[in-house]
Every structure is written in C-alpha cells, then in structure tokens.
Ligand binder design. Structure first.
Ligand SMILES: [Cu+2]
Length: 369
C-alpha cells in the first residue's frame, strides 16, 4: 500500500506508545495565523490541569461575507472566521476548548457545539435565550468545555437557525479524535469531510427577507460549493478512504459508484454492527462516517441519489455531485474536469493532517461586499 503521509491519529497513537505526549507533539500548524487564531498547544504545559487533556484557546469571529456557490450564484453569509464552511476545529477526546467568539455583524448569533454533551458546562451549549443571552452585535462571548465525546461532530449558530444555519453558512466541522479508535480507523490513509447544505437564490442578497428560507432552496452544495464548482477527491489504489458525511441543511442519500462503503460511525460513535452499503442516508443534522477500501481504479461519480439535489436552480448537472479520481487514471480530454485546477484541501484532507486546535482554510473565505 502506498501512503504519502501518516494519518494524524496514527501519529498520535505512536506518541502514546512512546509515552511522549507533549505540547510539542500536539502543536497545531495553522493554515493562516493572520486572523486571530491563537496557537493553543505552545502553552499546553502551563495550562494543563491534572487529569485533563490539552487546553485549546482560540478566537473565532463572525463576519458578513459573500460566497460563490457557483460562478453564477453568490449568497450573503455570516461567516465564522470569514469562511464557509467555518474553520476546522480538531482536538482529542478529553481536551478542553476555550473559544472566544467575537460578533462583527449586526445580527445576534452564537455557537452550538453539536454532539458535545456539555457535562457540567451547560452554559456553553450555545442556545440563545436558554443557556446564554446570545452574542449581540459587537460583543463577544467565551465558550469553555471538555470534548468528552469523540468522533465527527460539528458546530453551528443556534439563533434563527432556518436562516443562519439553513442558508447563511453558519457551520463548520468539529473533529474529536477518540482515545480508543476502532481498528479500521487506524488503517485510514485519506480522511475527508463533506458538509451538505442548501441555498435560496430568492433571498440570497437580503439577510432578513425570510426567517425561514429553507422552503425555497434551489442550490445544493458540498462544503459550500455546488457541482461543477466543487472539487474531485483524489485517491490511490490501496488507500483506505474515510468520508465524514455531515448533513447541515440538506439531507443526502449518498452513493459512491464502483465501491461498497462500510458505515462505521453514526453521530460520532462507532456502530456495533458496521454495514456494507452502496447508498447511505444522512438525515438533517446527522453524521455518518464511511470507510472505503480503494481497490477499483477508475473515475467514479459520487452523489446524492435524491434527484432534486442534483441541479443548480434547474440547470443540470449540478448540486450534490463530485468525482472520486484515482491518481493512476489519466484524464481523458473529454472528462468533465479534465482541466480542473485541483485543491487538495477542499475536503479538509490536508487540514486534518495539520495537528490540533483551530485550523483555517483560506480557500473557503468569502469576500467583502
Ligand atoms: Cu447566527
């Protein structure tokens, strides 16, 4: 099997085996340190509490931005750290997160840490009017909690959810590496995050036109971009591919051609009976992890099987569709993406290898307007 990098988890397990879990081993490499992200692990030794993991301290902001879902369709968003999806937050089970959220928009927002039980820290659950007053325009709020549930989690605003989460991009991935991964997880050579959401072109330029704009969704995207404006996912024969499928505001009946997928985790937890499937349904808010042995070289469509998610406002092909490309297969000149400029981090493949803390993806930044 050929691997061009060591999965972060395997690296971590090696460190555990060697008894050298130190601040240096956990030091995150930030994709961009220019927008308020604080490197956490450099101070881990001084801030570690007995019996707890590393403390990750970082700042997050919310900004008004415009994003291109396709070259023909742009939408106003409220973007965590200027980007949609929001930045990757990657920690280990038992680590503590201390996030300072600064709201630079006119509207009230919050962060709900979806999947975190908030044991003893219910005031950090991020539900305005219930667990906190809400983070109003110009103010800031600190969330502090322990990531005591592992797996594929996510974070999102909990104010005006149908608008803010539904079509305004207020969501991002929260990956908590388990203390005790299942054996197959340790074999993974390529790890990818896919977040599925919808967009409403009728109200894209008016933040406040509808409190619930979800009924008019006519664009659908993976990590904020609709086909063909999204990206292929490249693998090599012998790779063990993990897809972390996350339904944000579009459910998905996900189908990968040419391979069966083993559904190993649901909502972060390993399943007692993993199932080998060729379609996997992911309900709203749900996450399912599938692990696929890449043993069938070719160029393979991967897509939602709900046809109404496969157009860009009626124009096909579009929506929740992409291609898994084996590197061994040369691009035919007639291939749809034959001359596509490749982004190797579109599915967070590289960001997931960058260590721990808050890790930004500059390619997902929206623009000012
Ligand atoms: Cu919000």
């Amino acid at each position: 099997m050929s691997t061009d990098y060591e999965p972060a988890r395997r690296r971590f397990m090696q460190l555990v085996g060697a008894g050298t879990v130190t601040a240096m081993g956990a030091r995150p490499i930030l994709a961009n340190a220019g927008t308020g992200a604080i490197s956490d692990a450099s101070s881990a030794e001084s801030s570690a509490e007995p019996g707890s993991g590393t403390i990750h301290q970082f700042e997050m902001s919310i900004e008004e931005r415009m994003v291109d879902v396709t070259p023909e369709f742009e939408s106003k968003v409220w973007a965590y750290n200027e980007q949609v999806p929001g930045p990757l937050i990657h920690v280990r089970e038992g680590d503590t997160i201390e996030a300072v959220l600064k709201n630079r928009t006119e509207e009230m927002h919050s962060i709900h840490w979806h999947g975190i039980p908030q044991t003893g820290t219910w005031r950090s659950d991020g539900a305005p009017g219930i667990t906190e007053p809400g983070v109003s325009s110009g103010s800031s709020h600190t969330y502090r909690f322990t990531a005591n549930k592992p797996g594929t989690l996510w974070y999102h605003c909990h104010q005006g959810v149908p608008n803010h989460v539904g079509i305004r991009g207020m969501w991002g991935p929260l990956i908590v590496d388990p203390k005790d991964p299942i054996p197959l997880e340790r074999e993974v050579t390529k790890d990818a995050i896919l977040m599925f959401s919808g967009w409403n072109p009728d109200v894209a330029k008016d933040y406040f036109a509808l409190s619930d704009p979800t009924g008019g969704m006519r664009y659908f995207s993976i990590n904020g971009r609709a086909f063909p404006h999204n990206q292929p996912l490249r693998v090599r024969e012998g790779d063990v591919l993990r897809l972390r499928l996350m339904s944000v505001s579009a459910d998905v009946a996900f189908h990968l051609h040419g391979h069966d997928m083993l559904v190993t985790h649901q909502d972060g937890r390993p399943l007692n009976s993993p199932e080998l499937v060729d379609v996997v349904y992911v309900a709203f808010g749900q996450r399912k992890d599938v692990i696929v042995r890449m043993n069938n070289p070719g160029r393979w469509p991967a897509h939602d099987h709900q046809e109404h998610h496969l157009s860009n406002d009626g124009k096909t092909p579009g929506g929740l569709f992409f291609v898994v490309e084996y590197e061994e297969i040369e691009h035919d000149p007639w291939y749809y993406w034959a001359r596509k400029e490749y982004d190797p981090d579109f599915y967070f493949q590289e960001s997931l290898q960058r260590g721990y803390g808050l890790i930004e993806q500059p390619q997902f930044r929206g623009r000012s307007f």
